[in-house]
Design a protein around this ligand. Structure first.
Ligand code: SF4
Length: 274
């Protein structure tokens, strides 16, 4: 593991190193980019913003990136493994990735990032907040150091929402999903799979096809096919009845006041979802 807790002031002195900030399409990394631009403009000038594109992202993620590019006045560099998920699935003998077999993150996110950095000295800015206890993937490479500006400056969840509301807005998919990442991400909760079916039926069908074609008994959600998962979530919703959301609460406010995306058990890595 590389050395941690490199501090911002020390990082600023490192004119010999590359400064990189990975955007996942999620709220925290987006807010961090905005924060760096507004709070540390000299760092923003040097920053290389990047996004590791798996090719299986939601359209909403590209919308966020577009808004961010406009706000930042800088290009967000797109990295890729160069091959679609289906290729990597074959390479992994049709074994669907899972929380225990996270080959997807390694081949589609981390390796493209490490190839892009190469042997350069780099300082990577990470959007973990002061009120979080997540570790997150940094890098096992010694030439990549990490800085945590939100932790250092004491920013918590509510600050992140404020930063986004004042700049590029909260990514739209948070209406029905608690994290960014691939449309078929196995970290989705059951109601989020149902959300995918309702919001992006074609993508849901594609995830169903991948599951069927893998055909080795493995499913995205252990012990259930996706169709069963969506049906189960629908039944549960019917049982609970219509939500008491008839009051005019904006979804942004309801999200902000909740903690639905702050699952301490959430093992999805930062490069995918933060
Ligand atoms: S978002 Fe989910 S499926 Fe996609 S690379 Fe990350 S962990 Fe894997």
């Amino acid at each position: 593991m590389s050395e941690r807790k490199y501090n911002i002031q020390d990082a600023l002195k490192r004119t010999d190193a590359r400064h990189v900030l990975g955007l996942s399409g999620g709220k925290d990394s987006a807010a961090l980019a905005v924060y760096i631009k507004d709070r540390y403009p000299e760092l923003h000038d040097r920053m290389e913003y990047f996004f590791s594109d798996t090719g299986a992202e939601l359209q909403e993620v590209y919308d966020v990136l577009e808004k961010l590019e406009a706000y930042l006045g800088k290009e967000i560099i797109r990295l890729s493994s160069g091959r679609p998920f289906e290729h990597w699935l074959k390479v992994h003998n049709d074994f669907l990735p899972s929380p225990r077999q996270r080959w997807c993150t390694r081949v589609m996110k981390i390796e493209p990032f490490e190839r892009w950095i190469g042997t350069d000295d780099a300082i990577s800015y990470i959007g973990i907040r002061a009120d979080e206890f997540r570790e997150g993937y940094i890098s096992h490479k010694d030439n990549i150091k990490a800085v945590y500006p939100f932790i250092e400056d004491g920013l918590v969840r509510d600050d992140i929402f404020q930063i986004l509301e004042d700049s590029v807005g909260i990514p739209e998919y948070y209406k029905w999903r608690s994290r960014s990442g691939c449309y078929f991400c196995f970290f989705q909760r059951q109601e989020e799979w149902l959300g995918l079916k309702e919001e992006h039926p074609t993508l849901f069908d594609m995830a169903v096809s991948i599951e069927k074609e893998a055909g080795n008994g493995y499913t995205w959600v252990q012990g259930r096919t996706l169709e069963e998962v969506a049906q189960h979530a629908m039944n549960k919703r019917k049982m609970l009845g219509p939500r008491a959301t008839k009051t005019a609460v904006r979804w942004q406010d309801s999200l902000r006041s909740g903690e639905e995306d702050d699952d301490p058990e959430d093992q999805s890595c930062l490069i995918c979802s933060l």
